[in-house]
Design a protein around this ligand. Structure first.
Ligand SMILES: Nc1ncnc2c1ncn2[C@@H]1O[C@H](COP(=O)(O)OP(=O)(O)OP(=O)(O)O)[C@@H](O)[C@H]1O
Length: 290
């Protein structure tokens, strides 16, 4: 079992901005969702974990090794799947993986061959090994991304907004693949999409303004809101009244009708009691901390 233990982490950028404020997290094998709006500090946290920048204070231990001091240890055990690789060189899938494997330090040729074949089969791209990666569809590129992240048998994989740009079928296939992998390693999924966390993660945290606002199992966090989520269709001119009178956690247009959602422990006359979902957890936590 791998473990990533972050204790009282702080990061202040040179311009004085506190991007990480006293974050503590304990992450084990499985998929961990790091959910927060744009600018919440997710990238700052990821970059600090992988050793691209040093925290101002606090500790990060990976399998009991202090990786702030020994960042090589995490780099050796890390797989990274960025949101977008940018432009692919005009090289076929096999050769590109071979090149990345060399960069990752897999110096034995036979070992490289075995790993590349194994991984291309695992992500269902073995038949396309001679095809240039820039000609792949979005889903194939994402699966290729997973294969490159898995080269060298990493113990921790960091994935940034993985399903952006995938169609629903590709998204399902990709999600199944990630969830298969995560039984033996830590996978941290950084995203602003509640949907991805809901589908994939057994543990999650919601962060904003550099702080952790809530951590737990998605199911348990949803359960906490049972009997407290109320919704109502209103007209736009009433919105201000409802916002000042109730704790409105979200508003959305449903068939051109404005619907508000309110979190309240007390019964609300004229509202419908609604089954809580993870979006309610997310918006409720964010609205408490704005
Ligand atoms: N090098 C830097 N110097 C100063 N401020 C920075 C630096 N990098 C990021 N920030 C600020 O830190 C805050 C958090 O940014 P960060 O990129 O970590 O957020 P994020 O949650 O990953 O958002 P996104 O999903 O938009 O990438 C932002 O307000 C950003 O402007």
């Amino acid at each position: 079992m791998n473990s990533l233990k972050i204790t009282d982490l702080n990061l202040t950028y040179k311009n004085g901005y506190n991007a990480i404020n006293g974050i503590s997290l304990d992450i084990k094998n499985g998929m961990f969702g790091l959910l927060g709006p744009n600018g919440a500090g997710k990238s700052s946290l990821m970059k600090t974990i992988v050793g691209l920048q040093k925290p101002s204070s606090g500790t990060i231990e990976f399998n009991d090794i202090d990786i702030v001091e020994q960042s090589d240890y995490i780099k050796k055990n890390l797989g990274f799947l960025p949101q977008d690789f940018g432009v692919y060189p005009r090289v076929n899938a096999y050769d590109l993986l071979n090149h990345i494997a060399i960069l990752k330090g897999i110096s034995n040729k036979l070992e490289r061959q075995n790993q590349i074949q194994y991984l291309l089969e695992k992500v269902n791209l073995w038949h396309f090994k001679d095809k240039e990666v820039h000609t792949f569809s979005g889903g194939m590129k994402q699966r290729f991304g997973v294969a490159q992240a898995l080269l060298g048998n990493p113990k921790i994989i960091i994935v940034d907004e993985p399903t952006a740009g995938l169609d629903p079928e590709e998204r399902n296939r990709f999600n199944t693949l990630l969830s298969d992998i995560s039984t033996e390693v830590i996978v941290i999924l950084s995203t602003h999409l509640v949907e991805d966390v809901k589908n994939l993660c057994s543990e999650m945290t919601i962060m904003n303004k550099g702080r952790i606002l809530k951590t737990g199992k998605p199911k348990a966090l949803i359960e906490e809101l049972q009997g407290k989520i109320w919704s109502k269709s209103i007209v736009k001119s009433e919105l201000e009244y409802y916002q000042t009178t109730f704790k409105v956690i979200s508003q959305q247009l449903i068939e051109r009708q404005l619907q508000i959602t309110v979190c309240s422990s007390e019964r609300l006359e004229g509202f419908h009691l609604t089954e809580p979902i993870l979006e309610h957890v997310y918006f409720n936590v964010l609205s408490q901390n704005n």
